[in-house]
Design a protein around this ligand. Structure first.
Ligand code: ATP
Ligand code: MG
Length: 230
């Protein structure tokens, strides 16, 4: 199989083919934003896990909300054995402490990212930094400096964020949504007495992509993007 070195595949079934280039552009920054329980963290875990398992690409999973043990255990329940790849050195999980005006990328995290060969980083999630920021301008500067650092190091970054207003007709975009190269939105659609999980690519600089609402399913084997039924 010929692997295109300019493309980073998520490996999440049904997702890569929504982009004309069949994945993310290498060295891009993608924000996955959406409502609680939409699958943002699972998508971020799969980005790092599949990178290691399917493509042999070293990745760092940074959690700001859960302990490292919790990440491992949630992943395991979804069929992802992170420990196996932590042992072989392909995956590193870091818990980044959150405190008022704390750095999004403190030294410990920078050191892990700068480790030779890391090509993917997931940060789940950026929202606690925003909530606790003493100054919103300071928060945005920190986000931009994180993106600059990663671009310099040839890293593809996936960041998750909470979005409170998730009506697809009237999403309220925040300034962060404009800073990233890509924006993927995850939410729910009402279907009679139930809800359907959906994902939509709002933007991805440098490639054509689907602009449809794609159904998403989460089961004990992970998250998949389903084909749209006519
Ligand atoms: N082992 C599992 N088996 C089946 N479904 C699961 C499993 N683990 C999680 N889920 C589903 O995934 C949902 C949580 O997904 P995830 O943690 O990715 O959401 P999120 O978008 O990150 O939410 P939040 O904003 O609260 O962090 C759960 O509500 C549940 O429906
Ligand atoms: Mg989450």
């Amino acid at each position: 199989m010929v692997v295109d070195s300019k493309i980073i595949k998520t490996g999440t079934p049904g997702l890569d083919e929504l982009f004309a280039i069949n994945g993310f552009k290498k060295n891009s920054s993608i924000l996955v934003s959406g409502e609680p329980g939409a699958g943002k963290s699972i998508l971020a875990m799969q980005f790092i896990y599949n990178g290691a398992k399917l493509y042999g690409e070293p990745g760092v999973f940074i959690t700001s909300e859960q302990s490292v043990e919790k990440v491992r255990s949630l992943a395991k329940d979804l069929g992802m054995d992170f420990e196996r790849y932590e042992e072989s050195g392909l995956i590193t999980i870091i818990k980044v402490p959150i405190a008022r005006s704390s750095e999004i990328a403190p030294d410990k995290m920078r050191a892990a990212i700068k480790k030779a060969g890391v090509s993917r980083v997931a940060l789940d999630s950026i929202t606690p930094f925003e909530i606790l920021a003493t100054d919103i301008k300071d928060f945005r500067l920190k986000v931009m400096s994180l993106l600059e650092m990663l671009v310099r190091d040839n890293i593809t970054l996936l960041v998750t964020a909470e979005k409170r207003k998730t009506d697809f007709e009237s999403i309220e975009f925040s300034p962060e949504d404009f800073i990233f190269d890509g924006l993927i939105f995850m939410g729910r659609l009402r279907r009679a007495i139930s809800f359907e999980r959906v994902l939509s690519i709002i933007k991805m600089r440098g490639t054509d992509h689907s602009i449809k609402l794609h159904p998403v399913e989460i089961s004990s084997t992970g998250l998949v993007v389903k084909p749209i039924e006519d």
